[in-house]
Ligand binder design. Structure first.
Ligand SMILES: Cc1cc2nc3c(=O)[nH]c(=O)nc-3n(C[C@H](O)[C@H](O)[C@H](O)COP(=O)(O)O)c2cc1C
Length: 194
């Protein structure tokens, strides 16, 4: 389930986008009602599937009006509601949280939800060492976006100097098997195509 990045469920959670004053807005309980009801409904409809929810712990990019402490409370609720995996979209996983610069998001979520919930972390993980650093912070899984797009064989070269890192030349991306149209689309991700 996608509860991050300014999509619908995230819009309901947001104090900026959600202007409702009924039972779907204002308090955190109300703003979280939609994602919680959807989580419970999905769990009831598909009890044998592993239920993962993607979250934006704090504002970044299109996510606005999301607070770290509210996200930690939401994580606890989602686990109560049946989520077994929480996928933290951090965008800059090497950086600590904005609200608490002394703390990284992963240990905060681990403390909130306990050891049995699996945590996935995404956000500018390029090298094997960067992936391991996230696992050391308590992530169970790392998710790769741009590094896997730029390196179709990432697992076999994540330790190598030949790993392509941003900014990646258009010719390199074409060599990696991307279409010209996709390379153009990727220019929207600042600093990726160079
Ligand atoms: C080409 C591209 C398309 C993406 N599309 C989506 C999307 O549709 N929905 C979404 O939530 N995130 C999307 N993302 C964000 C990624 O899921 C990921 O969270 C983000 O890129 C950070 O990981 P990375 O630094 O490894 O790329 C996209 C990222 C890229 C590079």
């Amino acid at each position: 389930m996608h509860g991050a990045h300014g999509y619908l469920l995230s819009q309901f959670l947001s104090t900026v986008y959600n202007r409702r004053e009924d039972r779907w807005g204002a308090s955190l309980e109300n703003r979280a009602r939609l994602i919680r009801e959807v989580t419970r409904a999905v769990k009831a409809a598909a009890p044998s599937l592993v239920l993962a929810v993607r979250m934006s712990p704090e504002d970044y990019g299109q996510t606005r009006g999301v607070d770290l402490d509210e996200s930690l409370q939401l994580a606890r609720w989602l686990v109560e509601d049946g989520a077994e995996v929480l996928h933290l979209s951090l965008w800059r996983s090497a950086t600590n949280t904005t609200k608490r610069p002394e703390s990284h998001a992963t240990p905060l979520f681990r403390e909130a939800v306990g050891p049995s919930v699996k945590l996935v972390v995404a956000g500018a993980i390029w090298t094997h060492a960067e992936a391991e650093a996230q696992l050391s912070l308590g992530a169970d899984v790392v998710a790769l976006g741009r590094s896997a797009i730029a390196n179709h064989d990432w697992p076999s070269k994540a330790d190598e100097p030949s790993l392509h890192r941003a900014p990646v030349a258009p010719a390199t991306l074409l060599d990696e098997g991307l279409s010209p149209g996709f390379v153009e689309y990727l220019r929207a991700f600042r600093g990726f195509v160079g």
